[in-house]
Design a protein around this ligand. Structure first.
Ligand SMILES: [Zn+2]
Length: 353
C-alpha cells in the first residue's frame, strides 16, 4: 500500500503527530495548513471511525474552510490511503473478518497509553507506550489504564451526550459508526475499575450487556460503580434477537437492530439504583451468609402474622436467643422444650417444679 505517513509509529500516532492534532470537538482539531486561508484557530477536524470493510479504523479529516480534505492532506504531504489503518492491497482477497487489530487507549489528552492487539482467533495481547523510548513494550507493566476513546468521551460528556458503555472495543467502534458516543474498559468483562467512573461524572450513561452471564454481571458491576457519579445509569440486558454471547454489534449489524430501537430500549429501563445494587450484591455473593438487602427492599416485604409456640417469647420458625455467657440460655431452652413436650404452661408455677 502506498503511504506517505512516516513509518515507525503506529498508524494512529503517526497520523496525530503528522497533523499535530490536539483533542477538541468530537475528536481532534488541527491546523489545515493549506496556503488558501489563514488558520490561526485550527479549522480542520479529525475523527476516527471503523472503516467500512471492518478491517481497522479510518480517519475522517475535514477542513471547515476548504469544505473538504484534499488541500489539508496536500499541505501535510499525505495521500488518501494514509487515512486508513489498513488498506486492502489489490491482490488481497475480500474479507469481512479482521485479521488482527490494534486498539489504542489514550490519556485525557489523546497521548497513547496502552493498547490491545486482537489476533486472529480472538486472543489478545496488551502492551504499553513508553514515552521516553517512544516504543511499545509488551504487557501493561502496572501502567495507568484508561477508558477507550477517552478524549472524545470527555468532550461528549461535556456536551451532555448519552454515553454508551459496552464490553469491547469492537462494540465501541460499531456504535461510533452510528454516531453514538461509546466507550469500554480494557480487558473486557470483569475488568472495570472504580477509577474509570470519574470520567463519566455527570453523564447520562447506558450500559449495554453482552448476552451471557459474565456480560450481565459486568454490566451491573459497571452500573454499580457509576452510581452516584454519573447523572443517570440505565442497563440494557436483553437485546432483541440476541443469541447466547451476542453483543450490540451482532444486534446492529446482523439482527436488524436499529439505533432508534436501542435508544427506546434504554429509555424503557428504569434508572439503575440502590435497589439493583442490593439485588446485584445478593446475586454476586454466592454464599448466603453474606447476602445483603437494601432497607427499602426489606420494608417492602410482606410477613405473615407471627404464630407463637410460647406466647410473646418463642415464635414458630427460627429464633435467635441472645444473652451473656452463663446467663442460663441453655437451661431456659431446655425448660421451654420440656414444657412444650409435656404440655405444661411455661413460666407458670408448676413449670420449674
Ligand atoms: Zn483548509
Amino acid at each position: 500500500m502506498y503511504r506517505k505517513l512516516p513509518e515507525g509509529l503506529p498508524w494512529r500516532e503517526a497520523l496525530l503527530s503528522t497533523l499535530r492534532a490536539r483533542p477538541g470537538g468530537q475528536g481532534y482539531k488541527f491546523s489545515c495548513a493549506s496556503p488558501g486561508h489563514p488558520d490561526e484557530n485550527p479549522s480542520a477536524t479529525l475523527t476516527f471511525k471503523l472503516a467500512p470493510d471492518n478491517r481497522g479504523d479510518m480517519a475522517l479529516v475535514y477542513c471547515h474552510v476548504c469544505k473538504g480534505n484534499q488541500p489539508t492532506l496536500a499541505a501535510h504531504d499525505l495521500v488518501p490511503s494514509d487515512l486508513f489503518e489498513y488498506s486492502k492491497a489489490a491482490d488481497e482477497p475480500e474479507t469481512s473478518k479482521p485479521i488482527e487489530r490494534y486498539h489504542v487507549y489514550t490519556d485525557e489528552e489523546g497521548r497513547p497509553a496502552h493498547r490491545v492487539k486482537r489476533n486472529a482467533g480472538k486472543t489478545f495481547q496488551q502492551s504499553r507506550w513508553d514515552q521516553s523510548s517512544e516504543r511499545w513494550h509488551s504487557g501493561l507493566g502496572g501502567c495507568k489504564t484508561y477508558l477507550y476513546r477517552l478524549p472524545s468521551i470527555l468532550t461528549a460528556v461535556k456536551n451532555g451526550q448519552v454515553i454508551f458503555v459496552v464490553e469491547g472495543e469492537k462494540d465501541v467502534e460499531t456504535l461510533e459508526r452510528f454516531d453514538l458516543s461509546a466507550t469500554c474498559n480494557p480487558m473486557g468483562a470483569d475488568a472495570w475499575r472504580p477509577e474509570y467512573s470519574q470520567y463519566l461524572a455527570g453523564a447520562e450513561v447506558v450500559v449495554i450487556a453482552d448476552n451471557d452471564d459474565p456480560g450481565r454481571r459486568h454490566a451491573k458491576k459497571v452500573a454499580s460503580s457509576l452510581l452516584g457519579t454519573a447523572k443517570s445509569v440505565r442497563v440494557v440486558t436483553s437485546l432483541p434477537g440476541a443469541k447466547e454471547g451476542g453483543d450490540v454489534t451482532d444486534y446492529l449489524l446482523k439482527n436488524g437492530g436499529t439505533i432508534e430501537e436501542l435508544r427506546r430500549l434504554a429509555e424503557e429501563q428504569s434508572p439503575f439504583g440502590d435497589r439493583d445494587l442490593a439485588t446485584q450484591e445478593t446475586i454476586a455473593s454466592k454464599s448466603p451468609q453474606s447476602w445483603t438487602f437494601a432497607l427499602s427492599d426489606f420494608l417492602d416485604l410482606d410477613f405473615p402474622e407471627a404464630r407463637f409456640l410460647v406466647e410473646g417469647v418463642l415464635p414458630e420458625g427460627v429464633t435467635l436467643l441472645g444473652g451473656r455467657a452463663k446467663a442460663g440460655k441453655t437451661y431456659l431452652l431446655f425448660g421451654l422444650s420440656v414444657a412444650l413436650a409435656c404440655d405444661l404452661e411455661p413460666f407458670s408455677e408448676n413449670w420449674d417444679g
